[in-house]
Each structure stands twice: as structure tokens, then as C-alpha cells.
Write a protein that binds this ligand. Sequence first.
Ligand code: ADP
Ligand code: MG
Length: 693
Amino acid sequence: MTDTSLKNYGADVFCEKAIRKYLSKTVAAKLIATMKEGKPLDPSIADAVAQGMKAWALEQGATHFTHWFQPMTGGTAEKHDAFLEPSGVATAVQKFSGKNLIGGETDASSFPSGGLRSTFEARGYTAWDPTSPAFIKRHENGATLCIPTAFCAYTGAALDMKTPLLRSVQAVSRATERLMKKFKKAKAHVSVTLGAEQEYFLIDRSFYLKRPDLLQTGRTVFGAAPAKHQQLDDHYFGAIRPRILKFMHEVELRLWQLGIPAKTRHNEVAPAQFELAPMFEDINLAVDHNMMIMEVLRQTAEANGLVCLLHEKPFDGVNGSGKHCNWSIAYGGKNLLSPGDNPRDNAIFLTFLSAIIRAVDLHADMLRSTTAGAGNDHRLGANEAPPAIISIFLGDELSSVMKEIETGRPRNPVAPGGKKGMAFKFGVDTMPPLPKDSTDRNRTSPFAFTCNKFEFRAPGSSQNCAASQMVLNTIVAESLDAICDKLEAVGGDFNEELQKLLQRLIKKHNRILFSGDGYGEAWPKEAAKRGLPNLKDTPSAIAPLEDPSNRALFAKYGVLSETEMASRREIAAEDYESRVLIEGKVALEIARAMIRPVVADEFSRLATAIGQAKKDGLKVGVKGLTALSLKLGAGLDDLHVKCEKIEKAIQKGETQGILATMGDLRKTVDRLESLVDDRKWPLPKYREMLFIY
Ligand code: ADP
Ligand code: MG
């Protein structure tokens, strides 16, 4: 039995408790203020912090330290240095300084930079992010101290995911403070929060090792859907199998030790699909934690003879995996997205809500761009994930309040008690209580208000949430500022002006509100009528990063300079093209070197059998054998033609051509899968991978 007392919760984190134990009182107080309130770090304490951190890390068994960062590869990066300094011939001491803690210099030339790093300036710099605590990564016989850092080029240009996220938090914090001042609220700390629900698949490792496509691309490029998959809805929230539960619990114990509040676990919709949801945290920490969660999932799976697939669409025809990003803002610890119980708090709530509606309507394209990627392209809009069209779901209750503000007409012409109903009035009315259930029903919406937060469901399971959250923070900052600008421009009664302003605003942006079926055929048509963008694939989804007005917006808020944004588009395009090209090559190789020989063998075996049967004058069986051999022969010809086509597309490097011919080739291969002797089929089948674990 493992220890279940939570005694070790956070034991591998240089957390407040450790900080107080290993640092002097004044140094600890300064560091904690920086971590909690985002106060600038006093550089003079760096050495003292480093000493305390080293002492703590050594006690945890660490031999090395590393700056841990999130380059634009989608993953994390680390380069380890030993706590070692020779002190003479064959003697050494364990050393770690403030300089080692605060910054590092590393060769950035092999990380994607999208043209930001000129070849003669290959250095990259890592800078300590004191707001995310250092932690220990363990391996079988040792440990490493990991220091979360930002990563930038010599010029200061961001080469990572964290830097713009931190900048965007600053932007939305400033804008929130500005608006709260209008509501005469005392200055308080703004915290942006994120709870990222992580979906994933688990399959037995023995199957995985026999699938070159899974090994090299993370998804199956071939595989016929099994007769039974998710039609019976019998997996979602079903009883968790013991092998999986053991895995999940190991994951949780590791995460708890890392201070990651893993809270919820359950079976997901597709067979072999699961979800892990931590409690929400400060957004920067939540992003770091999600990156660690993905790593722990992968490693623990391996240790259990399983493989954790984080790809958005490992299996065609069953649900893909997303990463629902639950986002909110709190002011002085109070969630601004939960309606209050007095008129002023409600006015604040509705102002924020309106600001978000405006932001998402104006910048739906930018939000969509953060979910682009070769993997997520197979998921978004594929009938069981949110569509590629961004819209907002508010729930019945809230929708009717917004309608009331927009039209100035009461929701209930007759109020309880027989009195005449009145339309919502800022400064006077409170919000009706929002039943949690009513806000969480529409699972087809990409951006849903769920009780006291917005849930962005378009991000893919493998994607770093920093991208979407950075955009969300920035566009909301811009909306809050626009509202403040307007309120400042007009004098008059604050509540009246606010009422008029939000009324106009909702009228203008209500096209983004949609509570219908996002999977329905009618929605894309309706969305087109409303003028909402429907960016179906990565090339079209990342095009908005070239839009001068988008570039100006992110530059204005100091989140991404124009060149940083250009570089991100370039990296996304390159990543997409490389992935599609790899998939094409893998598909071609499997089709030619694994599938074709088997089909050819089967075909020639049949041909021989038919010849023999005819020679022997057999009256029965020849018809069946001939019919099958005709099908196999046609498949063989088909395979040949389609392989040639895909090869040409690969040679030309045309992504659209590769994707189209791959889809075509898949049809042939999947048909052959049902014809060839099951014992001879060279790839583990869906019915095995999805059900045997
Ligand atoms: P679901 O029905 O989508 O599973 P949950 O209530 O389980 O919804 O919440 C999902 C996620 O939302 C969790 O990670 C939770 O911690 C997070 N969450 C809850 N409140 C907030 C908030 N104020 N800000 C950000 N995330 C939140
Ligand atoms: Mg959810």
C-alpha cells in the first residue's frame, strides 16, 4: 500500500514551507512576496536564495540543476549542469550561485525561432521565473533541481511560450485594475486562473511498438473502425479497469508530490480514452503544471507497460482528445466571473462578461489560431469536437439577462408577485442566481460559460495552453481598456452610461453568442451568415497572425512584437508542413513495405489455390476463391496507384496533396484489412488497441 495521507504533497517543490526553512526570514519574505504578489524580485537576494535552494535540493538527492523552459517545439527543454566545482586536483565542491539561478546561456540554434535568431547569434538566454517554484525531477537513482525559466534570444525576443503568457497576464491585470477603479474598488491583486482538463489515450505498449505510424507520428494513419467503439456510450464515466486505476494512482502520487493538485480522473468518451483534471491555479503555474502532467503521464505509462497518447486524434472514427482550458480572473481573491449578490458586484460581473463577448467576437480568428496544428486539424470540426468556428455559449439564464440588457425589455413581463417586470438596471438590480446545470449543458460549444469561468474547448490535448491563454488575456485586456476609454469619454451618471455602453456592445457583438448544436449541419451556414470565421485547417487558421491589425494589437500590449508574431506564424507553418510530410512518408512506407507484401502473398496463395482447384476439377469453392482474389487483386492495383500518387505529392512537398492522397490510400488499406487473413495482418488492429489493456 502506498502512503495516502497527502503527507508528501508538495514535498518535491521549493514551496513556502521549504523557503522559510532554508532561507533567512527577510530573504524568505521577499521571495514569497514576489511569488505571491508578483512584486519585482530584489536582485540582491539571488545569492542567498540560491544557497538555500541548493541546500534543499541536495537534501532531496539532486546532483544537477537545470533551467526548465518551454521552447516553441510544444514540449519542454532542460540542460543539466552538475552542482560541481573542482577545488583542486581530484577534489570538488557542490556549487550553485545566484548567477546560476537567475540566468543561463544556452545554444538556441536548434530550437525553432522562426527567423528571430540570426545564424551568427545562436545564443539563447534563460531567465528565472520566480513566480513558479523550483521543483525536483526524480529518476531511478538520482534527482535534478528544475528551475522554471523564460527563454529568449540575444535581442530579448521571446523564443518560448512562457514569456508572452507572463506579458499577457500583466496586460490583463493592468486593464482589470483600471476598470475596477471605475467601480471604486480599492486596489487589489489580480490573478488570472486556469484549470486545464487533460484528455489522453492509453494503449498497451506491445501494440504501440508494432505500429510505425504511432511511433513516429502519434496517430494511426491506417486502421479500420471496429464494429463496436463508442456507439453504446459505455466507456464514459464507466468503472475504471484495475490496470488503469493503478496507473492513474501512480500518476497522482507523483503529481501530488510535485504540488500539482490532480483532482479528477475518469474514463472519457472513446474506448481507451481518459481524463485528468487538476484544480485550477494561477495561470502561469497551471501552464507549467500541465506540461509536467503530460510528462508524468507519458513516463508512468511506460513504467506500466502502457503508452500514453497525447495526440489529438490517434484513432480515426472515435473521439479525439482536447485540453479544455477553464479560465477566469479574480480580483483580491474574488472571482470576477461569478455573479455577486449585490448590484455593484453584478455590474462588474456583467461588464467583464460583455468585455469577453466583445473580445472573442473581434478576435475569434486569433483565438482560433492558437489551436492550429496538424493534430488538432483532425479533431476540430470533425463532428465530435468543438467546431472550428469560434462562438460563445452562455446558458439560458445568462442569455436572457444579456437579451434584457440588449433590448431594454424585461425577461419576465410579469414578475413574481404579479408585479410588472422590469429590465435589468445597472446599479440597482442583482443577478438572478445561475443554476450550475443550466450553464454546462452545451458540450458542442468551443467557448462556454460554465458557472463561474469560461471553458475554451478547442485547444488540442498535446498543445501548450499558454498560446490560447496568452491570446485570451490580451484580447480581454483590449476590451476592458476599450470599455474604460468609453466610460472616461462620457461624463454623466456612471450606472446609466454603463448601461448604455453595454447595451450597444451586446447589440454589436451578439452574433458570437450561439447556444444551438455546434455539430449540426445548419451551424456553419448560419455562422457564415453572421460573418463568423470558419478556419478549417492550419494554413487558414494561422493566416490571421499576418494580419496587420492583429500584429498591432499584440505589439500595443507588449505581448508579442510584430517580429515575434511573424516568427510564431512561421514556426507553426513549418511544424505543420513537417508533420504532414512525415505522416505521408510513414503512410507510404507502411503501405509499401508492410501491407503490400502481405496482400501480394495472400493473392498469390489464392491464385495458386484457384489454379489447383480447377486442375483437380473441384466443383465448389472456386467461385468464393475467385471472388476474393478479384477483390484482393483490385486492392493490390489500387494500392500501387495510390502509393505512386502519394509519392509524387511527397516529392512536390504539397501538404494538401499529401493529406488528400493519404486519406485516399487509407480507404484502400482499411478495405484490405477486412479481406486479408487476420493472422497475417501486420498491424495491430483498432479492436485490439482500443480494447485490450
Ligand atoms: P467539468 O464539468 O468541465 O469537468 P469542473 O467543475 O470539473 O467542470 O471543472 C473543470 C476545471 O475548471 C477544473 O480544473 C476546475 O478546477 C476548473 N475551475 C473551476 N473554477 C475555476 C476558476 N475560477 N478559474 C479557472 N478554472 C476553474
Ligand atoms: Mg470541462
